[in-house]
Design a protein around this ligand. Structure first.
Ligand code: NAD
Ligand code: MG
Length: 398
């Protein structure tokens, strides 16, 4: 049953509710009072209809949407008698984003999250952004849309959330650099020969964080860090040379900001996304969350290692994309998504992913600046086409 509206319940919609970020978000919301504290205008998912319906009933969502247009009847049946409205397909997804809300958690994976997130941005909602692809692909346009909409942009990605926490707004003139930490993933110490032979299953086994399949494999290739470098550039208005990456295997320092007096401010915590999600949902007040507290004596040491860009070329590709500007972020992301899908279904090898992205970026480096969001989608399509041709060639050879 839909709840009776009370004025002090905070309205929070969730895109990608059935994923890792979405489930963690609902867990945090449950801890912070559940239906008594939150009204949920809309939630979305894709193939997992049972979970989506269960979540919608549990939190009393107004509107539940599956991205799969063929699953409308399944969702409608699963929601029967609940009072939750059902929707399906791309336009319903955008409608879910546009429904009046105070805060939208953007937790869809990939560029598929861009259109519904932009719909929420335009409605003036605050955005708790996990979907880094929005900024990687459409950085300037997304920033302009945020400014026009008037909402706050709250980073959920743990590194960016950490920076957000320690970036002193009245000391912006003194910020020299930001230092993104990276766990190094499961192949941190692998040779290139070993990496050439890894499977999607081993690539998905992240040593510290429990996350969705795609971001876990992106962490193994360090494409996740590459995306995060570009994300940081747009979120914090940094020049490419101000963005550093350091491998920190314990994932306890979530990122740092270096200032002109030599100070480096860091945010530390257990590797649990609920801290960043809770911070974004509760901003500007810190919430009380049931996450593990750091035991520094037990931890004993924190290690730092310079990243190896020969074994992890994704980092250099991010730098190239930032230096070239224009639509290179959209191309990097589109080619990466296509290559990642091909790796997941066994068509190409792990190391092929970076070669495909590099080739697509070179081939589509025309210096064009995006004027409208359609330009971003066109660059994404072109990148997938170029990547697709390369994937077919590689798949034939194997
Ligand atoms: P996930 O795969 O666990 O969940 C993705 C969600 O998006 C699911 O609800 C799924 O149904 C939905 N979805 C998938 N494809 C879709 C499509 N084409 N159209 C509409 N909906 C679709 O992913 P995740 O790990 O929760 O990651 C979500 C986003 O958050 C990604 O951009 C990721 O980079 C970012 N992120 C995740 C974590 C994490 O801990 N999982 C941390 C930092 C950032
Ligand atoms: Mg991250």
């Amino acid at each position: 049953m839909n709840q009776i509206q009370t004025p002090d319940r905070r309205r929070v919609s969730i895109l990608g509710a059935t994923g890792s970020i979405g489930c963690n978000t609902l867990d945090v919301m449950t801890h912070l009072g559940g239906r008594d504290a939150f009204e949920v205008p809309a939630i979305t998912g894709m193939g997992n209809i049972d979970l989506l319906a269960q979540q919608a009933r549990g939190i009393g969502a107004g509107f539940a949407v599956t991205a799969d247009p063929d699953r409308y009847q399944d969702l409608k049946s699963a929601l029967s008698g609940s009072g939750v409205e059902a929707g399906a397909g791309p336009s319903a997804l955008v409608e879910a984003g546009a429904r009046d809300t105070d805060l939208l958690v953007a937790g869809i994976v990939g560029i598929a999250g861009l259109a519904p997130t932009l719909a929420a941005v335009s409605s003036g909602a605050d955005i708790a952004l996990a979907n880094k692809e929005c900024l990687v692909s459409a950085g300037e346009l997304f920033g302009a849309a945020m400014a026009a909409g008037g909402g706050k942009l709250l980073p959920v990605d743990s590194e960016h959330n950490a920076i957000f926490q320690v970036l002193e707004q009245n000391q912006r003139h003194a910020v020299e650099r930001i230092i993104l930490t990276a766990s190094g993933g499961p192949f941190r110490d692998y040779t290139l020969e070993q990496m050439a032979a890894v499977t999607p299953e081993t690539a998905a086994a992240h040593p510290n964080w429990s996350m969705g399949l795609k971001i876990s494999i992106d962490s193994a290739s360090m494409f996740n860090k590459a995306l995060e470098m570009i994300e940081a550039r747009h979120l914090f208005d940094m020049r490419p040379e101000q963005i550093e990456v350091i491998v920190h295997p314990q994932s306890v320092i979530h990122s740092m900001v270096g200032y002109s007096d030599g100070s480096v401010l860091a945010q530390l915590g257990a590797p649990d996304m609920r801290t960043a999600i809770g911070y974004a949902i509760s901003h500007p007040r810190r919430a009380s969350l049931p996450v593990e507290r750091l035991d520094l004596a037990k931890l004993a040491r924190l290690d730092f290692i310079a990243p190896d860009e020969t074994r992890f070329p994704a980092l250099a590709l991010a730098r190239t994309a930032m230096q070239r500007g224009g639509l290179q972020g959209a191309v990097l992301n589109g080619a990466k998504e296509a290559a990642l899908d091909a790796f997941i279904c066994g068509r190409i090898g792990f190391l092929d992913m970076a070669d495909i992205v590099a080739a697509a970026m070179d081939q589509l480096d025309d210096g064009r600046l995006p004027q409208a969001i359609e330009d971003v989608y066109a660059a994404d399509r072109d990148a997938r086409m170029v990547a697709g041709t390369l994937i077919s060639k590689l798949a034939q050879c194997s």
